[in-house]
Ligand binder design. Structure first.
Ligand code: HEC
Length: 79
């Protein structure tokens, strides 16, 4: 899961980035289970294929989305 985020998300979602953007590095550095609200948001955006944005240089393959969505809910609920 961290690979998925590292490959496709962190390039935009990091502390140096635009302040409007969610800081996903927080779930790298702090407890991965400590931020269920962030995981929930991520599930929503990934389910709707809304993130990464269409204009992003690198977008996940459909199979990467599938794997991410299988594992994300477990993180969200601290399992
Ligand atoms: C090309 C840059 C870029 C990439 C790559 C990207 N995002 Fe985003 N993301 C944005 C921008 C800009 C916004 C704010 C605009 C919006 O909400 O659509 C955003 C918003 C979000 C939000 C909503 C934040 C909130 O507070 O409601 C979530 C969740 C999110 N991104 C998750 C992800 C995930 C997960 C990935 C990787 C699969 C990802 N993003 C990859 C640019 C990016």
């Amino acid at each position: 899961m961290r690979d998925f985020l590292g490959d496709y998300c962190i390039c935009c979602h990091n502390p140096e980035g635009n302040k409007r953007r969610l800081d996903l590095e927080i779930i790298y550095e702090e407890s991965i289970t400590g931020h269920p609200e962030i995981w929930e948001k991520m599930v929503t955006r990934i389910e709707s294929r809304d993130m990464p944005p269409v204009k992003a240089r690198k977008r996940p393959l459909e199979k990467d989305y599938a794997v991410a969505l299988e594992t994300l809910p477990f993180h969200a609920h601290g399992l």
